[in-house]
Design a protein around this ligand. Structure first.
Ligand code: PLP
Length: 717
């Protein structure tokens, strides 16, 4: 049976889907058309019997409406498997014509240009490279630069056009929504003889299309970007433009694309195009779309002071907002939105599994922070205003959650009644480097270890927002000293002591404690804990220990953490006499996301790795059975506090099980306790299974065998 969905998108779902540039939900009218084509009208359009003729009629009517919607005139529209295939076909056609035009031995295509917009979807430059190579053309492939607004450099285009075989630009950018100046591009290449491909995937249903009069030779489209299923697309080819089929076979599509037609997909796309053509109210008017964008923009501005939009609204489709929030990475924002039940992306969908830098924003020359913080929020022409209203409410809630966690920059969030208590050890990361803050909640004091320049603003805000006094800002080596000075200056009024040694160790309020073997060490009180400095032979380096003490001695069993900077394991061995097997060694870098080590673990490193750690992976399908078999297991949400606060949507735990929040940024604090209790059964969860996997592996590695994680995370529930 087909799922019952509303004829619109996002009907009863708790999710608000704002990632329509990646793909869209199939509209009910498209679903019904596909179902019809699979059941009642399942024939092969090439068959000559009545069943086939009915299928042919369906195909013809889809062709007809496609011609109308695209304004194809005498040009041809053929159905393909999607835009990527349409792009290949267009590029193959254009480049094959260049081969035909040259005689095998003389005039060559070598040195001719193939140009593409620097912000083009990867399918275009990749196809250019591929076919240039396969056809042996030796053309030069160049990106057409864009300005900070994402607009093509028309002067560049005009100056290169005469030597160019093919120009590829897009109508609307998929990451920013920027609308290209197609008239300007047309004028820049006019009379050059260059063929022109315009990737129109993101324009369908959002921009007027009149291809026959546009001067465009090839225009690819994709069904799944406009409420049809995946696996169906279209290619427009101008009448008279060169054409070479990519697929040959049974002569379908009048010999231009072999293979039995994907009739369910074509029927579905045909139904969507018909609705578009008839201005079906399922699609919002441009004015309504613009008003919805305005609402989203206002909510974002209210929720995230300092938010910057990466494309001007007056030259972008209303359905795409690309923005950056100062001080928060794309990954953090994605996680926050996901926890709030809003699905967005950090850029193009194929890249969102792993957050990678946006080459589009880089090509626009945006500042680094805007690129690394970018979020794309995109809705579709069928998104309803009430869905946007709901999204706005959730955006505001997400903003409050961040403010409560003291993570917002700008606006009036300098001092805030932080609701998330600051306590224990917190790890902040920039790429693979770590900074640490240890905080005593009762005394409202903290110490900052190895601050990184990239995290300085965040640390300063975090400390100010929680109204903490800073006992010291210390470095484990000379690398961190410059930032230490700058941060000390920034937090001047909060510093307990201004006079320090070169690594930031204060000259006042220092006591002396004895370690396990009687070694005396300088110590600073941090509420109930002490921070101790262990000078290293090189005076520009030091280790620091953090633990409990009676004010006289700090026994090995009481040392919880050792901050070891970037030193090598050989340098740690002499620490053994002062540390317990559970003392965590915390380094200034964590390339492999291992969080912590122990002396015991380091001594085993030379030993062969014990295989078979796979059983830490718990498939979602086995969650209930696991919880029954392990009634005492603690479920641990390793998402950050502001994500956890939004709930564990979708996770069916039964009423007995409580979820406990141990965010990755505080994991070492919790590991220190869990290692003392090796029988405690721990089941980690997060959004995608990535963070929980890290936590479970870390515990297993440190010898706690009762650790598992939910593969696929909350997303698969
Ligand atoms: N071109 C643009 C601008 C796109 O956004 C996409 C999809 O992300 C494509 C091409 C590829 O489309 P398809 O998934 O149909 O191959």
């Amino acid at each position: 049976m087909l799922p019952t969905t509303s004829s619109r998108t996002g009907s009863d779902s708790p999710d608000i889907y704002l990632d329509s540039n990646a793909t869209t939900q199939v509209l009910e009218l498209a679903l019904l058309a596909a179902q019809q084509a699979m059941q009642a009208n399942f024939g092969n359009p090439s068959s000559t019997h009545s069943t086939g003729l009915r299928a042919r009629a369906l195909l013809d009517s889809a062709h007809k409406v496609a011609q109308q919607v695209l304004g194809a005139g005498q040009g041809r529209v053929m159905f393909t498997s999607g835009a990527t295939e349409a792009i290949q076909t267009a590029i193959l056609s254009a480049l094959s014509s260049a081969v035909d035009a040259t005689t095998p031995d003389s005039a060559s295509t070598a040195g001719k240009f193939l140009l593409y917009g620097a912000t083009e979807h990867k399918a275009v430059p990749e196809a250019l490279k591929h076919w240039n190579k396969v056809l042996g053309l030796q053309c030069e492939i160049h990106a057409i630069p864009v300005d900070q607004h994402g607009m093509h450099d028309l002067a560049f285009l005009a100056s290169h056009a005469a030597n160019t075989l093919l120009v590829c630009t897009m109508a609307v950018n998929n990451e920013t929504g920027v609308i290209s100046d197609l008239a300007g591009i047309r004028a820049a290449i006019a009379g050059s003889g260059a063929l022109w491909l315009v990737d129109s995937v993101q324009a369908l249903g959002k921009r007027p299309l009149d291809l026959a009069t546009s001067g465009i030779d090839y225009a690819p489209f994709s069904g799944h970007k406009l409420y049809a299923p995946k696996g169906i697309g279209m290619l427009y080819v101008r009448q008279g433009a060169p054409f070479t089929p990519l697929l040959v076979g049974g002569g379908q599509e009048t010999g231009q694309r072999g293979g039995t037609e994907n009739l369910p997909g074509i029927a579905a796309l045909g139904a969507v195009l018909t609705a578009l053509h008839q201005q079906d109210p399922v699609f919002q008017s441009h004015a309504v779309q613009a008003a919805m964008r305005q609402r989203l923009a206002e909510s974002l501005q209210q929720a995230f002071p300092g938010v910057v939009f990466n494309a001007a609204f007056d030259n972008a489709v209303a359905t795409t907002l690309n923005f950056s929030v100062p001080g928060l990475s794309s990954k953090e924002m994605l996680d926050l939105f996901d926890a709030s039940g809003i699905r967005v992306s950090s850029g193009s969908a194929c890249n969102s599994n792993k957050v990678v830098r946006s080459f589009v924003l880089d090509a626009m020359g945006l500042e680094n922070w805007r690129v690394t913080s970018a979020i794309r929020m995109s809705f579709g022409p069928a998104t309803r205003p009430d869905e946007i209203e709901q999204a706005c409410e959730r955006i505001l809630r997400a903003g409050s959650a961040l403010r409560n966690a003291c993570l917002l920059f700008g606006g009036d969030s300098a001092r805030h009644e932080a609701q998330t208590p600051a306590k224990g050890l917190i790890r902040l990361m920039h790429e693979t480097a770590c900074s640490w803050i240890y905080c005593d909640q009762k005394e409202q004091v903290c110490v900052i270890i190895d601050p990184l320049p990239e995290l300085m603003e965040r640390i300063a805000r975090w400390v100010a927002c929680r109204d903490l006094q800073v006992v010291a800002i210390i470095a484990t080596d000379a690398h961190h000293v410059a930032c230490r000075h700058a941060l000390q200056e920034k937090l001047r009024e909060r510093m307990a002591c201004q006079q320090t040694d070169n690594l930031g160790w204060p000259n006042q309020d220092v006591s002396v404690l004895q370690l396990q073997d009687g070694t005396p060490v300088a110590a600073l009180a941090l509420g109930a804990s002490y921070l101790m400095k262990l000078p290293l032979p090189d005076a520009s380096e030091a280790f620091y220990l953090l633990g409990h003490s009676d004010g006289q001695r700090c026994l090995a069993a009481d040392v919880r953490f050792a901050f070891i900077g970037d030193t090598l394991p050989e340098q740690h061995s002499h620490l053994a006499r002062w540390l317990s097997p559970h003392t965590l060694l915390l380094s200034a870098h964590d390339q492999w996301q291992q969080f912590a080590s122990t002396i015991e673990r380091e001594s085993q490193l030379a030993a062969p790795v014990v295989p078979g750690n796979d059983d830490l992976n718990l498939p979602c399908s086995q969650l209930q059975a696991f919880l029954q078999a392990h009634p005492k297991a603690t479920l641990i949400d390793v998402r950050e506090g502001y994500e956890h606060g939004m709930g564990l949507a979708g996770l069916d735990l039964g009423h007995e099980v409580r979820a406990f929040n141990a965010p990755l940024s505080r994991l070492p604090e919790f590991i220190a306790d869990w290692l003392q209790n090796p029988e405690q059964e721990l089941l980690f969860v997060c959004r995608s299974g990535a963070r929980s996997g890290l936590a479970a592996s870390c515990l297993r590695r440190l010898g706690h065998q009762q650790a598992w994680h939910l593969v696929g995370g909350l997303a698969l529930q």
